[in-house]
Design a protein around this ligand. Structure first.
Ligand SMILES: Cc1cc2nc3c(=O)[nH]c(=O)nc-3n(C[C@H](O)[C@H](O)[C@H](O)COP(=O)(O)OP(=O)(O)OC[C@H]3O[C@@H](n4cnc5c(N)ncnc54)[C@H](O)[C@@H]3O)c2cc1C
Length: 381
């Protein structure tokens, strides 16, 4: 058993850590306060290659392994969950479905642009279909050689920025015998008539990440816009989420690490009763527990990445680590707020942002309840 990272992975971690410290940290509070999605910062992350990590080289990507990808997301989240979200959604949800299921033509047309930092959304969730992804109400009806799409999507990351090219949209295209719905995904470009995407505001979490509502009114597409084949949509979405959960878990590990470091640094500086508060065993033990949990989550995450990278089944482990890392970050962020005392409740200190950004992790890409459902089903329950 070899737990060491290879030289490229170590270098990648170092490079992304320095980038996050030097380029993201100085802007973090301001972007969060203004709820601003930053195109210049996104472009800088693209210049570093962070949107082409999983894209094959023939489409201008770097095609690294999943562990390397998760290290990148972890390092971004250690400083800012919002920029980690932009990169994670750009890779796991934006380019990956196109790279995995797209036709050669679709890949050539889209992937080089996505590797260069243009964005693409993943439109599964609807106002009436969240955890129950099978409850999709958006329809695509074939009329002669055209597909006509109608419906709406909600909470779609990266779907309404000035650098978004479009989104993958899951639709219902029919019914099988016995009433089972047929799901088909379409690649819909941003400028298609009848298609519109609007940013959602007033989020408590991920405030400088772009979250959008999408509306489709008689949007006309053709067979060439279908991702993979007709009827393959559900399977594509579930597979995409399995992998995406590893990136959400990486945000949990990175965010928990960031919260822990914030707490430790503060506890060394802040003095009460004549000594640093980190010398009080109540707080020191709490940070020891936080550190232990972060390490456990990281090990579980890296092992799940190894399963995926070596072609083994990983969906139960992905659900486990998504669930566990989200909750580890919850405890770490809560610990950081507590250790910073009153300052932990002030937005000028990073503990509050870790606390708010953590909340998404227990909800996005399948709630914690849904992860427990996946795991319990694998146990035969
Ligand atoms: C910032 C943000 C970004 C997002 N990005 C995307 C994106 O890019 N693409 C996308 O498609 N979606 C995205 N989502 C949507 C996200 O995946 C959903 O919010 C999530 O799946 C939950 O769906 P819901 O909000 O409709 O909650 P619901 O499904 O209505 O759940 C409400 C509550 O009921 C519980 N519940 C539901 N069913 C069960 C059950 N069977 N057993 C036990 N409990 C249950 C849930 O766990 C939850 O606690 C994003 C959401 C947010 C907030």
């Amino acid at each position: 058993m070899d737990f060491s990272l290879n030289e490229e992975q170590e270098l990648l971690r170092q490079t992304v850590r320095e980038f996050a410290e030097n380029e993201i940290k100085p802007l973090r509070e301001e972007l969060d306060e203004k709820e601003e999605f930053s195109i210049p910062l996104t472009q800088k992350m693209a210049d570093l290659g962070l949107f082409g990590i999983l894209i094959p080289p023939e489409y201008d990507g770097m095609q690294m392994d999943y562990l390397s990808y998760c290290i990148v997301v972890e390092e971004l989240a250690r400083v800012d969950g919002c920029q980690a979200a932009t990169v994670a959604a750009g890779n796991s949800l934006g380019s990956c479905p196109v790279a995995c299921y797209g036709s050669e033509e679709q890949k050539k047309a889209l992937l080089p642009k996505l590797a260069a930092g243009k964005l693409w959304g993943f439109g599964l969730t609807e106002p009436n279909a969240g955890s129950d992804a099978g409850g999709t109400q958006t329809t695509a009806v074939k009329k002669s050689d055209k597909w006509i799409l109608n419906g709406s999507k909600i909470f779609i990351t990266n779907a309404a920025t000035d650098i978004t090219l479009g989104s993958t949209i899951q639709t219902v295209t029919g019914e099988r015998e016995g009433g089972k719905k047929v799901y088909t995904c379409f690649l819909v470009k941003q400028d298609t008539p009848g298609y519109s995407a609007k940013p959602m505001h007033k989020k408590m979490t991920w405030r400088s990440s772009n979250t959008a509502e999408i509306y489709l009114e008689d949007v006309e597409l053709t067979d060439a816009d279908i991702l993979g084949g007709e009827g393959e949509g559900f399977h594509q979405m579930l597979e995409t989420l399995d992998s995406g959960r590893l990136a959400i878990a990486a945000m949990g590990v990175g965010g928990a690490q960031g919260a822990l470091e914030t707490a430790v640094a503060y506890a060394k500086e802040r003095r009460q009763f004549g000594r640093p508060i980190g010398k009080f065993q109540a707080l020191a033990f709490r940070m020891a527990d936080m550190a232990t949990e972060v390490e456990a989550a990281r090990s579980l995450l890296y092992r799940a990445c190894w399963l995926k990278d070596s072609g083994r089944p990983f969906s139960m482990e992905a659900a486990m680590i998504k669930l566990y890392a989200s909750e580890v970050m919850k405890r770490a962020a809560d610990g950081a707020v507590q250790i910073l005392g009153g300052y932990g409740l002030m937005e000028e200190y990073p503990a509050a942002k870790f606390y708010r950004d953590q909340r998404l992790l227990e909800i996005g890409e399948g709630t914690s309840e849904m992860q427990r459902l996946v795991i319990s089903r694998k146990l035969g329950l």
